[in-house]
Design a protein around this ligand. Sequence first.
Ligand code: AMP
Ligand code: MG
Length: 476
Amino acid sequence: MKKNSWQLENTYSELPDTFYNLQAPIPVKKPELVLFNESLAYDLGLDFLKKEKAKIADYFSGNKVPKGATPISQAYAGHQFGHFNMLGDGRAILLGEQIDSIGNRFDIQLKGSGRTPFSRGGDGRATLYSMLREYLISESMHFLGIPTTRSLAVVSTGEQVYRGPIHEGAVLTRVASSHIRVGTFEFARNFGSIEELKSLTDYTIQRHYPKIVKTENPYLELLKVVMYEQIDLVVNWMRVGFIHGVMNTDNMSICGETIDYGPCAFMNAYHPKTVFSSIDTNKRYAFVNQSYIAHWNLTIFANALLPLFSNHEEKAVKLAKSLLNEFQNRFLDQWYSMIFNKLGIVNPNKKDQVLVNDLLILMEEYKTDYTQLFIALEKNQALDESLFEQEEFKSWTQAWKHRNPDLEQMKKYNPRIIPRNHWVENALDAGVDGDMIPFKNLLELLSNPYDSKPDELIYEKTPVDFDASYQTFCGT
Ligand code: AMP
Ligand code: MG
């Protein structure tokens, strides 16, 4: 296979045309390259772009469409905060699927690339602030070892974007195993024929889970593998304290990647109900609710696939229900083994679950930093936190030490550095003012999250009360 050139295919547009609109990105006034992810470009076989610096901003603003691209906006629907809506790419264009040197297929999508037939009332654009935010956090998730879409470039547009205040506009290039979502299936089920639903499902199985093609009921098997992927993903989020913030069904990717970095944030002080999103007033997408919501979203997915499970509706429902009923036990098993890993408990027994539960109760009561706590245990160093003065915690620590924790193993599961909210904001504020140095410094630290050096310690602390008033926003 030829390396280091555009190798675009467009298999998605071989689906029935209900699933997309042919749509070129809308050119921008003055494209300027703000960020380019050279190592990702290398992995994708797009390294040659380095020699064409002037063209990078053109490609990744949408002003120049690469050879072999068939730009489309994708149709999808979704449940947003529990309510069904027709959505679709209102501000994104899929250029095509880049094939890397070993044959892997990646969607190359421009986000903030102008109006499409799905824009509804929106302007099709995005702010520099929020595209920098997506770049920073998605790349950080990648380095934390969590499946995610990646960020290849940010290009400012030289255009203003109105969101109350005026912002500078930007386009982010998002790289994903695909952009097929639960909402894509809801779209097919609600607005398409059974044949169209089947063609989307067959395509998805071929693209992401070819191993299940030959199983007895591949459609039911799809529900199962997607459920397993989602469980793994949410457990991984909970390992590092990540709160997605807007787990609507259109923001849940079928291939198990984290997608759509809107109001996401990382938890500092441990509290299961932590929420930062300004619009999530009912705490629907709180830290601890993420597993319940994944299950809820999978029920919506199952409902969309129902006619494919069996010709008999009753039987189809029964099959789906019995599978979805496995969710809770599987999630809990995975979640406990993740926490045992964080605590270095190698051969867990039933009593260890009590040990975990007791620790979380104490952490919640004393508002302990979720990331720092595990590092402190591993290093056998007290934190400057009230938890460490408590007799209850001292006896908990004794009980934990009796379990002979594997301290080396803990290092692999407990990040030293996470994108702390105040550092993220600090880097983004400087970035929109034209100073990308704090952003690049932070990204550099975040790209090695399990390995800390002493001078990085300031990145591990959160200013008192910062989080109490911290809010994140959607759709900016
Ligand atoms: P999100 O909150 O990014 O998941 O977006 C939800 C839906 O709103 C998707 O259909 C987006 O394409 C659409 N959307 C968000 N922002 C805009 C915008 N500025 N212009 C048009 N559509 C948008
Ligand atoms: Mg979305």
